[in-house]
Design a protein around this ligand. Structure first.
Ligand code: ZN
Length: 133
């Protein structure tokens, strides 16, 4: 249950590679202490707070932002099951594949970088993290 809540939205789910990469970027940019999943508070207790914006989780924010951008640029097929194996689409694998088809490898990493950079700015502006001196 916990994993389902964390890793996808309905029929879209981040693959292990992209989830670990996104999580790693959030942590390497100094936001690891804000990840609800890593706190000792049960997710069921804190999720309502996250949903109303009373608690800000940079990893969830990054996930939802990427899902939103993928739907906007890729389309709603991402919410369907994959033909063949019936699995769920990873939005970042789809972004990467689309980039490679246009000769641009590394697009998924660029999306994660841009997204986590923006979230870092937001965290600083909101006083959740100290501003750089
Ligand atoms: Zn993926």
């Amino acid at each position: 249950m916990r994993g389902n809540l964390r890793r996808g939205c309905d029929d879209m789910k981040f693959c292990n590679f992209h989830w670990d990469e996104l999580r790693g970027q959030v942590i390497s940019k100094g936001m690891g202490g804000l990840i609800v999943e890593d706190s000792n508070i049960p997710l069921a207790l804190v999720l309502p707070e996250v949903l109303v914006g009373a608690v800000y989780d940079p990893l969830m924010a990054a996930q939802w932002s990427i899902v939103g951008m993928a739907l906007e640029t890729g389309g709603f097929y991402l919410l369907s099951t994959r033909p063949g194996d019936g699995g769920e689409y990873c939005p970042l694998c789809e972004v990467e594949d689309a980039g490679v088809r246009e000769g641009k490898a590394g697009l998924s990493l660029a999306w994660m970088e841009g997204c986590t950079d923006a979230i870092l700015v937001h965290c600083r502006e909101q006083g959740l993290l100290p501003r750089p001196q």
